[in-house]
Design a binder for this molecule. Structure first.
Ligand code: FAD
Length: 364
C-alpha cells in the first residue's frame, strides 16, 4: 500500500531490473530514501530472461571500459550473492566452475587479452577439455577460463526484489508504469495519474530507457535487442558454461541446461518463434549431441538494452536526471560495478573506476 509520504523520495529509480534494484540498494545503503517503480513485477524482463554468465561472452572483443566494469563486478559477486542469500533466504546459485570456449578462431587475441587479468584465459588440450566436459563436441585447442561463474539470474532477481521490499529506506511500486515529461532540467514523473517528486531521478528502464528519454526530448542510442533461449530438462550433461560458435550452454544446479541465444534487432516484439527454436536446437545438438534424448521444457525471449559497443550510460544527463542503462548482453555481470559507480557519482564520492567512458553522450 502506498501512503502519501511515499509520493516523494530523495531518489526515484525507474525500472526494477537488476540494474534498478542494485542501484536502489546502493543508494539506500548510502542513506537515501528511494522510491522504485516498475511497470510490471520487479526483475521479470531482461534480468529474468538472460543466461546469467558472470562474464561478457568473448570478453576480449570488448573495449577496456566494459572490461573495467566486468572485472570489478566479478570480484564483488561472491560477497554480493552470499549476503543476498543471508538477508533473503534465496540462493542465486552462484557457481564458479569456469567457462570452456571451443570452436573459436580468436585464440591469439583471447590469450593476449587474458595476460595480467584476473579472469585468466588458458589454452588446454582436447583431452583435458574432454575430461572437464565429456558430452561436449570439442575442437583441438579449446580455451579455458577457470574463474568464470554463472548465477541463476531469475533467482538473483527474486533475491534483489526481496531485499528491496524489506529495506527500510526503499519503497518498491510494481505495476506502476512511469511517464517522463517536461524539460531535461526540470523533468516530471507521473504514474497511474499521480505526480511524484524526488531530488533526483534515475532511469534504469533497460530496453525502454530511450522511450522514457523521448519524453524529455533526449535521443539516446539504447534500443531493444531480442534474445531467445531454450531450457532443457535436468540431464547433467554439462558441468560448466560452454561457449561455441556464439552459442552457449549454462548448467543449473538441478541439471537443467539453459541454451542461448539469438541476437535480433526487431524492436519491442518479444514472442519466442519457430525459426529461433530450430536454430538454437540445431546448435545445442551440435555442441552436446546427447541432448537429442533430453526433453525441452521451455523457450523464451527477452529484450536486452542494446547500446553501441555494449557500453552503458552511467551518469547525469542533467542535475536532476540520471541514467544507468544500456548494458546490452552484460547487464547481470556489470550490475554491481555500474550501481556502485552511479552511487559514487551521485554521492560525490571517489568513484571506483574512471566514470568518463560511461558519461551519457560520450558513451554512444
Ligand atoms: C537471452 C538473453 C541472455 C542474456 N544473458 C546474459 C548473461 O549471460 N550475462 C549477463 O550479464 N547478461 C545477460 N543478458 C543481458 C542482461 O539480462 C541485461 O543486460 C540486464 O538484465 C539489463 O538489466 P536492466 O535492469 O537494465 O533491464 P531489465 O531487466 O529489462 O529491467 C528494466 C525494467 O524497467 C521496467 N520499465 C521499463 N519501462 C518502464 C516504465 N516506463 N515505467 C516503469 N518501469 C519500466 C521494466 O518493466 C523492467 O523490469 C542476457 C539477456 C538476454 C535477453
Amino acid at each position: 500500500m502506498v501512503g502519501s509520504q511515499f509520493y516523494s523520495a530523495d531518489v526515484i529509480v525507474i525500472g526494477a531490473g537488476v540494474i534498478g534494484m542494485m542501484s536502489a540498494l546502493e543508494l539506500a545503503e548510502a542513506g537515501h530514501t528511494v522510491l522504485v517503480f516498475d511497470k510490471g513485477q520487479a526483475g521479470l524482463e531482461a534480468s529474468w530472461a538472460g543466461g546469467g554468465i558472470i562474464s561478457p561472452l568473448y570478453p576480449w572483443r570488448y573495449e577496456p571500459p566494459v572490461t573495467a566494469l566486468a572485472t570489478w563486478s566479478q570480484q564483488a559477486f561472491p560477497d554480493l550473492i552470499a549476503s543476498l542469500s543471508v538477508s533473503t533466504g534465496i540462493d542465486s546459485e552462484l557457481s564458479t566452475k569456469g567457462m570452456l570456449v571451443t570452436a573459436t578462431d580468436e585464440r591469439d587475441k583471447a590469450l593476449a587479452w587474458g595476460i595480467g587479468l584476473s579472469p585468466e584465459v588458458i589454452e588446454i588440450s582436447e583431452e583435458e577439455a574432454h575430461a572437464l566436459e565429456p558430452h561436449v563436441q570439442l575442437d583441438e585447442t579449446p580455451l579455458w577460463m577457470p574463474r568464470i561463474s554463472s548465477v541463476r539470474n531469475s533467482r538473483m532477481g527474486r533475491a534483489l526484489r526481496q531485499a528491496c521490499l524489506h529495506h527500510p529506506k526503499i519503497r518498491l511500486l510494481e505495476y506502476h508504469e512511469v511517464f517522463l515529461s517536461g524539460h531535461l532540467d526540470s523533468p516530471k514523473i507521473s504514474s497511474r495519474g499521480k505526480c511524484y517528486t524526488g531530488d533526483r531521478f534515475v532511469l534504469a528502464a533497460g530496453a525502454w530507457t530511450g522511450c522514457l528519454l523521448a519524453g524529455v526530448k533526449l535521443r539516446c542510442p539504447i534500443k531493444p535487442m531480442k534474445g531467445q533461449i531454450l531450457l532443457f530438462s535436468p540431464c547433467h550433461f554439462v558441468n560448466r558454461v560452454v561457449l561455441a560458435n556464439g552459442r552457449y550452454a549454462i548448467p543449473r544446479a538441478d541439471g537443467r541446461i539453459v541454451f542461448g541465444s539469438t541476437l535480433e534487432d526487431v524492436g519491442f516484439e518479444k514472442v519466442p518463434d519457430r525459426h529461433a527454436f530450430e536454430s538454437l536446437y540445431a546448435s545445442a545438438l551440435s555442441m552436446i549431441p546427447a541432448l537429442e534424448q533430453t526433453p525441452l521444457e521451455a523457450q523464451w525471449a527477452g529484450l536486452r538494452p542494446g547500446s553501441p559497443g555494449g557500453l552503458p550510460w552511467i551518469g547525469a544527463v542533467s542535475d536532476k536526471l540520471w541514467v544507468n542503462s544500456g548494458h546490452f548482453r552484460n547487464g547481470v555481470v556489470l550490475s554491481p560495478a555500474s550501481s556502485r559507480l552511479l552511487c559514487d557519482l551521485m554521492m560525490d564520492r571517489t568513484p571506483i573506476i574512471d566514470p568518463t567512458p560511461y558519461q551519457p553522450w560520450k558513451a554512444s
